[in-house]
Ligand binder design. Structure first.
Ligand SMILES: Cc1ncc(COP(=O)(O)O)c(C=O)c1O
Length: 411
């Protein structure tokens, strides 16, 4: 075990929980719950408006998170950090505010078949709405993006053209568990067309890996607090400041505005221009505590721990189910995070998840919001176990042993 289960109060319940669904949402450590609790019990005022001490403190704590996130992902300035509701909203903000103003009929929007719906549907709809071409990069049988030649060298000439306006790609797949070589991909895209705007969906990367937006050289990057020990209800959009400054707001109302007249309104500067209305103040404060928690544990240790656990689980699953088992993305040559999505011949993933649930083992079954990938794989659904810092070998062993029981019931 990397991190004490006792840090996570939900794991101390009377009915012992085996939580293997961290890719859907992570558990929350006491430190995060305490930070949010303190806001509600000690200084629960609205931000940016009150001149009294409670509100000043709430504003300061909220804004401090912006700086913490900027440092965490290597942004040039905290003004490049926008708080949204989740990664999905962050992508939609860019597709709407940037996309609708810059993409036209005949342009190309490029994404991949392995995306979560959050980084697929907003681009698809932008293409449908503007008349742009929607190009989707396919995968090989191993589950790698079809953009490498025989020697593993990136080949994007067929995909990125002078007409490409937007390229949107995940950093880590929530089904295959693979870590895309995004830095190299971005470099290759820019070499073909330096004008392409590149958005990276880092929802499954930021919780596990060191991410640095300047090093990556992307234009936008999105993630969600709830997958990285933080609360639900908070997402992050990082964007290059010059791009953000030239984009129109996504939502209108209070807090995003400097002047309102009957005949015109003047927007606040970034980042506030994109944060209309009262935000999830407690959630943003909780996110700061989550980042501190992750940094204290250490991202490098987290990814090493998960990788070991996932490899161990794959090995045990093969031992148990032989050629009835198929693990998606297993034979990719890319590094993996702690995600193991699989099918077992003769067992429907929903039946597996239902039987395990009776034993307090939480796994996910279905498309995992990645229907184009499942269609491409010819899989109606998969079961997915996903690990995080609090997961243990005992969790993996119990999971495999109860899965064997489920198998004998179902076949
Ligand atoms: C790769 C990826 N992108 C985006 C999302 C969307 O995150 P949210 O539902 O928090 O917006 C998820 C959630 O599972 C994901 O795995």
């Amino acid at each position: 075990m990397l991190q004490q289960k006792s840090d996570f109060p939900i794991l101390s319940q009377k009915n012992k929980l085996t939580y293997l669904d961290s890719a859907a949402t992570s558990l929350k450590p006491q430190a995060v719950i305490d930070a949010m609790d303190e806001y509600y019990t000690s200084y629960s005022a609205n931000i940016h408006r009150g001149l009294y001490p409670l509100s000043e403190r709430a504003s300061a704590e909220y804004e401090e998170t912006r700086q913490v996130i900027a440092d965490f992902i290597g942004a040039r300035s905290e003004d490049e950090i926008i708080f949204t509701r989740n990664a999905t909203e962050s992508v939609n903000l860019v597709a709407y505010s940037y996309g609708r103003e810059h993409v036209q009929k005949g342009d190309e929007i490029v994404t991949t078949v392995i995306e979560h719906h959050a980084n697929f549907v907003p681009w698809q709809q932008l293409a449908f709405g503007t008349g742009a071409d929607f190009k989707v990069i396919d995968i090989t049988d191993q589950g790698d993006l079809n953009i490498f030649d025989k020697n593993g060298k990136l080949q994007l000439q067929d995909v990125i053209t002078p007409k490409t306006k937007i390229f949107a790609c995940n950093y880590v797949s929530n089904v295959l568990g693979t870590v895309q070589p995004v830095k190299d991909i971005i470099k290759a895209v820019r070499a073909i067309n330096p004008e392409v705007i590149i958005l990276i969906d880092a929802a499954q990367a930021v919780p596990h890996l060191e991410v640095n937006v300047q090093d990556l050289d992307c234009d936008f990057l999105v993630f969600s607090a709830h997958k990285m020990c933080g609360p639900t209800g908070v997402g992050v959009l990082w964007g290059r400041q010059d791009l953000l400054e030239n984009m129109s707001p996504f939502l209108f109302g209070g807090d995003m505005i400097n002047e309102v007249h009957i005949d015109k309104s003047v927007w606040a500067t970034v980042p506030h221009k994109f944060e209309a209305g009262t935000p999830d103040i407690a959630g943003v404060i909780g996110l700061k505590a989550a980042v501190k928690y992750l940094q204290d544990v250490g991202l490098e240790k987290i990814s090493k721990h998960e990788d070991e656990l996932a490899s161990y689980t794959r090995e045990k699953l093969h031992e148990a189910f032989g050629n009835a088992l198929s693990i998606v993305g297993e034979y990719s040559r890319l590094p993996h995070v702690g995600v193991v999505a699989f099918t077992i011949r003769g067992c429907h993933p929903h039946d597996i998840a239902g039987i395990l649930a009776e034993e307090q083992i939480c796994i996910r079954a279905g498309f995992h919001c990645a229907m184009p990938l499942h269609t491409r794989l010819g899989a109606k659904a998969t079961s997915r176990a996903s690990f995080y810092m609090y997961s243990t070998k005992e969790d993996a062993d119990l999971f495999v042993s109860k899965l064997k029981n489920a198998y004998s019931v179902l076949t």
